[in-house]
Design a protein around this ligand. Structure first.
Ligand code: FAD
Ligand code: PYC
Length: 417
């Protein structure tokens, strides 16, 4: 087998080399599939599950450079909600919530979906107006969301400090009751087990180095660290690294990759009944079933592919959390970590077909793609199977960044970025 370096493949792609067949050797494929999915996170594995279960397509490989669920799926703070502003997003995220409701039964695997309510704190007049606008828009779309006074917010979440003397005074909150959390890695394992049982191959420790295109420009398969694997359809679901992979197919993506960090405290008995988010101070918190407080921050302010972040941001987050919940002042941090999220200019995802025949993409979920895992996977599988957009993912096109028909969810993303 001829060996390529990732760099030489990338250089070919970037040099504008348009005769795609010339840059590849005549290597025999190591294997052949109907569909290859790059990235064994919840989205990629979920798409394989729905391809097999709902479309009868089982000759599928999900390929990951590391271990399944080792990307953002296993690194996130598991917040699930659908209180986005625009109609397109409400449909997509609420579709995901519908799927979350029955996901444990669907997979026969307990993903520990817990509808405990997500409360977003308003600290300024701007927050109050923005959240109330979201509440009205959500209700028009049939998405539950309601306004709480600060006293009602405290009643719902007793550890909350609502003193007017607080550094970040609470002026009220938006509460989505149907929202909550799930166990993140169980979602990857559940989808993986179900897909594998139906015949899908999951290939781990196998970086995809390039997407290979034939003389007509259509997808032929992927070059990997273990050789060429042939397929007429390839879907890239490689959060944080999408632009690197897509560039090898000659597509420049409107994405930037940033570290996003989180931490857990030492475990304590149940004390925190819900999820609280505070966008103004860049912090969010819930309690896992193991008892750890799960705390996350905003993205680092620089682009990077390193799966860890800088300490100053974590210090800021912990300072903010202890101002809002002084009861946690003396808790100790157990561990912290980071993931790489890819962010689009309008903070909404790109999900569906690309200008390259046989190439599909699922990316740009930024800080908020865990909640949409079953919804993104379900609609991506449809698009791959039928080679056409699902009515729910149809607005999330790549070409909106040239037409200008953006879906600006910067405020609903609710995490500083
Ligand atoms: P991933 O799980 O990252 O899967 C992509 C996979 O692609 C990875 O396993 C990676 O190894 C693989 N890959 C990459 N490049 C290649 C290659 N060249 N070849 C082969 N494989 C490759 N979202 C929420 O909704 N709620 C939250 O509370 C939340 N909190 C977050 C907190 C943190 C700290 C982080 C980092 C993210 C958070 N998110 C949250 C975002 C969420 O985690 C992601 O949007 C979501 O998990 C993306 O899922 P995925 O399956 O697309 O990606
Ligand atoms: O999208 O709800 C979210 C979220 C919370 C923490 C990170 N992302």
């Amino acid at each position: 087998m001829t060996h390529f370096s990732a760099w030489s493949l990338l250089k070919n792609a970037l040099s504008g080399h348009k005769n795609w067949s010339e840059q590849w050797p005549d290597s025999e494929p190591k294997a052949e599939y109907d569909v290859i999915i790059v990235g064994a996170g919840g989205h990629g594995l979920g798409a394989a599950h729905y391809l097999a279960k709902e479309h009868g397509i089982t000759n599928v490989a999900v390929i990951d450079k590391g271990w399944l669920g080792g990307g953002n799926t296993g690194r996130n703070t598991t917040i699930i909600r659908s209180n986005y502003l625009y109609d397109e997003s409400a449909r997509l995220y609420d579709h995901a919530l519908d799927l979350w409701e029955d996901l444990s039964q669907e997979l026969n695997y307990n993903v520990m979906y817990s509808r405990r309510g997500v409360m977003m704190l308003a600290h300024t007049v701007h927050d109050v107006q923005s959240f109330q606008r979201h509440i009205h828009a959500n209700r028009l779309n049939g998405v539950d969301n309601k306004w709480l006074t600060k006293e009602e917010a405290k009643e719902f979440c007793p550890p909350l400090n609502i003193s007017p003397e607080a550094r970040y005074p609470v002026m009220g909150a938006a509460l989505q009751m149907r929202a909550g959390t799930a166990r993140h890695d169980a979602v990857a394992w559940g989808f993986a087990r179900s897909a594998a049982k139906r015949g899908v191959d999951i290939i781990q420790n196998c970086p995809v180095l390039a997407i290979r295109r034939g003389p007509d420009g259509a997808v032929e398969g992927v070059e990997t660290a273990k050789g060429f694997i042939r397929a007429k359809k390839v879907a890239v679901s490689a959060a944080g690294h999408t632009s690197v992979v897509m560039e090898t197919a000659g597509l420049r993506m409107p994405l930037e990759s940033y570290p996003l960090q989180a931490l857990v405290s030492e475990p304590v008995k149940p004390i925190f009944p819900c999820v609280v988010m505070s966008n103004s101070v860049h912090a969010y918190i819930s309690q896992s079933d193991k008892g750890e407080l799960v705390i996350g921050s905003g993205t680092d302010q620089y682009t990077s592919y390193s799966q860890r972040g800088g300490l100053p941001l974590i210090e800021h987050t912990v300072a903010a959390i202890t101002e809002i919940f002084p009861i946690f002042n003396r808790m100790r941090m157990l561990r912290k970590w980071g993931g790489i999220v890819d962010v689009t200019p309008d903070r909404s995802a790109i999900l569906g077909k690309t200008p390259v025949k046989g190439l599909y993409v699922n990316c740009g979920w930024g800080t908020g793609g865990f909640k949409v895992t079953p919804g993104a996977a379900h609609t991506l599988a449809w698009t791959i199977a039928k080679d056409e957009p699902h009515p729910i993912n149809a607005p999330f096109t790549l070409d909106r960044f040239t037409t200008g028909r953006l879906i600006d969810e910067a405020a609903a993303a609710a995490v500083a970025h």
